[in-house]
Design a protein. Structure first.
Length: 259
């Protein structure tokens, strides 16, 4: 697992992005796959989650991840969530691509394998968030919507919020089609800043696109960290769906307030 320099100095949180190492899954899921939605053996996934829970020193029920759909829906995890039965919890988390909580000892996270994981922390209000930003989520401005939710529902000040942009596919290798460019143009992105044309191909910079969204919505430059780790290039260390296919493992980027 890796952590981020921006957040490492805050002892009131634990945060991480897992790598491929340290689990029990095999094949394209080897070895620390943490997605129950990509076709891996359920027993292997359960064992991997036990390993993670032990590392975090929390119960398995305290690790909360949504069923992501490349959308921009956000859910807050509060005490009422834990009063739901298993079926209700599953429904609550279905079609969700960002989670927010102010509860301690609850690890919220999202799973990725090339898409951008965003971790948010407000050290003043003691609120955390995790968001999944593939090209569709980035274009749909999930980063902006997460910030607005933190401000409107949790009374956060944008100048206090810290954000990390975790391991994901880089602009050097993320080839996209003209239709993707059109989507970003229609969403009012400055495509001259995030689209690179090289050797008759088009490449998309998701790191810069999300950074622009963060800055535009009041996050300070010094409160943004880009990990700069390309999952496609480093596919032996991090899962890459573009390298391994959809039926492959996923990392988990998580954050937790410590009591």
């Amino acid at each position: 697992m890796i952590t981020f320099n921006l957040l490492n100095k805050y002892t009131e949180i634990a945060h991480f992005c897992t790598s491929r190492e340290g689990g029990v899954s095999v094949g394209n899921y080897a070895s620390f796959n943490l997605s129950p939605f990509s076709g891996d053996n359920p027993e292997k996934i359960s064992e991997n989650y036990k390993i993670l829970a032990d590392k975090l020193e929390i119960g398995l029920d305290k690790i909360i991840i949504p069923y992501q759909t490349h959308g921009t829906e956000i859910r807050a995890i509060d005490e009422t969530f834990f009063k739901l039965n298993a079926e209700q919890k599953e429904a609550f988390l279905n079609g969700i691509d960002a989670l927010i909580t102010e509860l301690p000892s609850i690890c919220i996270g999202i799973t990725t394998a090339d898409c951008v994981p965003l971790l948010f922390f407000d050290p003043v209000k003691k609120v955390i968030a995790a968001a999944h930003a593939g090209w569709r989520g980035t274009c749909g401005k999930i980063a902006e919507k997460t910030i607005l939710t933190l401000v409107e529902k949790f009374n956060c000040n944008t100048t206090d919020i810290l954000v990390t942009i975790g391991p994901s596919i880089s602009a050097k290798v993320y080839e996209a089609g003209n239709e993707v460019v059109t989507h970003f143009e229609n969403a009012d992105f400055d495509t001259s800043e995030i689209i690179i044309k090289r050797n008759n191909s088009i490449y998309l910079d998701l790191w810069k696109a999300n950074q622009h969204l963060l800055l535009k919505n009041g996050i300070l430059q010094e409160h943004i960290e880009i990990a700069g780790i390309c999952t496609y290039t480093l596919h032996e260390e991090f899962f890459s769906a573009r390298r391994l296919g959809i039926k492959s493992g996923r990392m988990l980027s998580g954050i937790m307030l410590i009591e």
